[in-house]
Write a protein that binds this ligand. Structure first.
Ligand code: MG
Length: 157
């Protein structure tokens, strides 16, 4: 059986926070505000996995009120969710993602992020792709106020 899943997420960008995508820290004067480390890409990926398997949404797995995930590493959250899926017999075939941010640019870090996610999910980095988009200077992304991510996954059981 094949199942497709879609996930999106958006975080505010503020000074004094780290900018982390797919577990990789990228040099930036602003970072993602969030209860956890704010890794918007991993949160979108998690929601795509949960959607594909009709398992709920990220807020049910990791309530924002739960002190265990305060400033938590989103790679650990991804590990929890993916292990849960694997226990049910699912494995990832491929993952396609878009990250929308005015800056920093995604391209210079793209392959590092793909490697990080491939390691976490134990797939080949060719099974994961990430595209960067800007907001063309308008809207919350374009004005540098937010970063948004989208992910589509294909799972097999
Ligand atoms: Mg989030």
């Amino acid at each position: 059986m094949l199942r497709v899943g879609l996930g999106t997420d958006l975080h505010r960008l503020v000074q004094g926070r780290r900018f982390i995508l797919g577990g990789v820290e990228i040099s930036s004067d602003r970072g993602e505000l969030g209860h956890s480390d704010g890794d918007v890409l991993i949160h979108a990926i998690i929601d795509s996995f949960l959607g594909a398997t009709a398992s709920g949404d990220i807020g049910e797995f990791f309530p924002p009120t739960d002190p265990r995930w305060k400033d938590g590493n989103s790679l650990d959250m991804l590990g929890v969710v993916y292990s849960h899926l694997q226990e049910q017999g699912w494995h990832l075939l491929n993952l396609d993602c878009v990250v929308c941010t005015e800056k920093p640019r995604i391209l210079p870090s793209r392959d590092k992020i793909r490697d990080s996610l491939a390691r976490a999910l134990r797939v080949k980095n060719d099974d994961i792709f990430i595209k960067g988009k800007t907001g063309e200077g308008i809207g919350p992304v374009g004005e540098g106020l937010a970063v948004e991510a989208m992910a589509v996954c294909l799972l097999e059981k």
